[in-house]
Ligand binder design. Structure first.
Ligand code: NAP
Ligand code: MG
Length: 488
């Protein structure tokens, strides 16, 4: 431990011995598509590289699925639909339990691969992403033979059919689990399209599905870029699309689905408000702010990226936040001590840096610790917050999807609510107060799908998650999440 002077206050910088994860993970030079229970070559024979964003090294070459591959996958899913739906529900449940157990057994390998391919710290992939992915399969295994309770009616609810599912790069395996588990529990079959930069854990999941003897065609995985996703959305044989990603692409998908009457759920972007009242436990709130914006490098749809602080405590909160920010360790995602890993891609880093520059141009004060030397290779962004932000500033309105926090103030609960709701998004929010009546009153009036009280970024398979306004529609998780995959 050494003391490094910054400004007029000494700041502690922690020097740890490196503690990298050492289990070897074998990564194939190239991947294939998973269609009809088999690993197959992409029709075009084309591949694209996936890199480790912490080193820029090429990890593998990913099969680039085209419209013909999507067509083959949809046909396989269609063929599997009847036998899978006819299987006794208790038998279907056994497959989901098996998948959950196998994810647990291969958790270490999956966590390392997730951190290598996506850049997230191993402590997050190991303790959050992979356990939650297993939890989603366990939870939904329990639902298979209880679907009548999820959709009470005169008949047993039926599956929707063939589901096309498209996921982003910020929680690759977890998003795959969020999508697959409810669809399978309800008797649907699936074609999944992972994100271009993070396909490796999805292909390991395909191995797991094979190990679990999941009937061929029940899950098909077609890797590729945006065009592959578009081919899936445009395929006439798909009964339902479930999309998680940007609002911009979500709007295009909504148009395409509306034309054909395809069922749709959208989990899109956000610009969530984290509101700190003067009566809150400040030190705990500071941890909540850290968790809200710097978890997973801020690549979180529900990141608490707009901080609203009651005016009387603004100086104390910014001072404590700055101190706490300086203890965050940016670096090797495979090091167990790392708090902030690599930015997922060069393109995303450029977008984030663009927003930080825009904040400066708009007159905000940018606060970024610089006591730590960053690695020379890879894509890195220091944790950042901006003060002097006005609600009209670009950094207060647009989703940055990086470790950048816009700090603003308010005087009354009314003002906090109206400022928080002054956004095209409505995914999540945080409230920090010791007063229960204030907490419930504010929570009720916030336009957000999820409101966390005196905590932030808590996820559980039993709890529905989803947005309002341009953050999308439909819920994932819990009983509410099943509705999207059932028809009466
Ligand atoms: P994105 O560009 O919209 O991509 C999401 C997925 O869609 C990727 O698999 C992408 O493929 C694919 N895609 C791209 N263009 C497409 C098209 N025209 N038709 C069909 N599919 C297409 O979003 P992203 O940058 O990967 O992810 C970040 C966004 O996701 C953020 O806005 C974040 O807030 C949101 N998100 C929301 C939630 C939620 O639950 N609400 C959760 C996580 C993330 P490629 O990878 O090849 O581009
Ligand atoms: Mg990658």
């Amino acid at each position: 431990m050494a003391d490094a002077p910054t400004g007029n206050r000494p700041v502690t910088t922690w020097e740890y011995s490196p503690a990298p994860e050492t289990s070897p993970v074998v990564i194939p030079d190239q991947t294939q598509l998973y269609v009809g229970g088999k690993f197959i070559e992409p029709h075009s024979k084309k591949r694209f590289a996936t890199v480790n964003p912490a080193t820029e090294a090429i990890l593998s070459n990913i099969a680039d699925g085209d419209a013909a591959d999507v067509d083959a996958a949809v046909s396989a899913a269609r063929k599997a639909l009847k036998p899978w739906g006819k299987l006794p529900a208790s038998e279907r449940a056994k497959y989901l339990y098996r998948i959950a157990r196998r994810i647990q057994e291969r958790a270490r390998e999956l966590a390392i691969l997730e951190s290598m391919d996506g850049g997230k710290p191993i402590k997050e992939s190991r303790d959050v992403d992979i356990p939650l992915a297993a939890q989603h399969f366990f939870h939904h295994a329990g639902w298979c033979d209880k679907l009548r309770y999820a959709m009470p009616g005169t008949r047993e609810p039926r599956p929707v059919g063939v589901c096309g599912q498209i996921i982003p790069w910020n929680f690759p395996l977890l998003m795959a689990a969020w999508k697959l588990a409810p669809a399978l529990a309800c008797g649907n079959t699936v074609v999944l399209k992972p994100a271009e930069t993070t396909s490796l854990t999805a292909m390991r999941l395909a191995e797991i599905l094979q190990e679990c003897d999941l009937p061929p065609g029940v899950v098909n995985i077609v890797t590729g870029a945006g065009a592959t996703g578009k081919a899936l959305v445009d395929h006439a044989g798909v009964d339902k699309i479930a999309f998680t990603g940007s609002t911009e692409v979500g709007k295009q998908i909504a148009q395409a689905c509306a034309k054909r009457g395809t069922r749709l759920t959208l989990e899109l972007g956000g610009k969530s408000a984290n509101i700190i009242f003067a009566d809150a436990a400040i030190d705990q709130a500071i941890e909540g702010i850290v968790q809200g914006i710097w978890f997973n490098q801020g690549h979180v749809c529900c990141a608490g990226s707009r901080l609203f602080v009651e005016e009387s405590i603004l100086p104390e909160v910014t001072r404590k936040l700055e101190m706490r920010m300086k203890t965050l360790r940016v670096g090797d995602p495979l090091d167990k001590n790392t708090d902030i890993g690599a930015i997922n891609s060069k393109q995303q880093l450029a977008i984030i840096e663009g927003y930080i520059a825009e904040g400066s141009r708009e007159g905000c004060t940018v606060c970024q610790p610089n006591h730590q030397t960053l690695p020379t290779k890879g894509y890195w962004c220091r944790p950042t917050f901006m003060t002097g932000v006005q609600p009209a500033h670009v950094v207060a309105r647009e989703e940055i999807f990086g470790p950048v926090l816009a700090v603003m103030s308010f005087r009354t609960p009314e003002e906090a609510i109206s400022r928080a709701n002054n956004s095209p998004y409505g995914l999540a929010a945080g409230i920090w107060t010791e007063k229960g009546s204030k907490m419930f009153d504010v929570a009720r009036r916030l336009q957000a799908g999820v409101v966390w009280c005196n905590t932030y970024n808590q996820f559980d398979a039993t709890s529905p998650f989803g947005g309002f306004k341009e953050s999308g529609f439909g819920r994932e998780g819990g009983m509410q999440g099943l509705a999207a995959y059932l028809s009466e």
